[in-house]
Design a binder for this molecule. Sequence first.
Ligand SMILES: [Zn+2]
Ligand SMILES: [Zn+2]
Length: 132
Amino acid sequence: MSETLHGACLCGQVTFDVHEPGAMGFCHCTRCQRWSGGPGLPEVEVDEANFEVTAGQELIRHFTEEGFSGVGFCSSCGSSLYAFGDGKYYVSAGTLRGLEREPEYHMMVAYKAPWDVISGDAPQFPESPPAA
Ligand SMILES: [Zn+2]
Ligand SMILES: [Zn+2]
């Protein structure tokens, strides 16, 4: 079944489509905490070829650091849009409208903030989930 999710940043100038979305995982790592300003981020995985920016490409800036996934954000409003690496995008779930899913797993739980209380029955992995 073909599915397309529609995303937008806070100011609305950047919009994007996510075709054939994959798993949704919640990353609790220190980097995601800083990037999101919260407990980390639930992210929907998608193949590079299935991620399509439909407006505001010129506003998107990337932050990259050797050895880590890069991240993309809106330079107008600062919204955390996606992480990327290894031919995939990991789209921030909060930017996707009408998303009716729950995280399928939690990762980097060993690094979660002390005040971050994880709910639900999804499996929790101390670091990365085991390779599929
Ligand atoms: Zn924006
Ligand atoms: Zn993370």
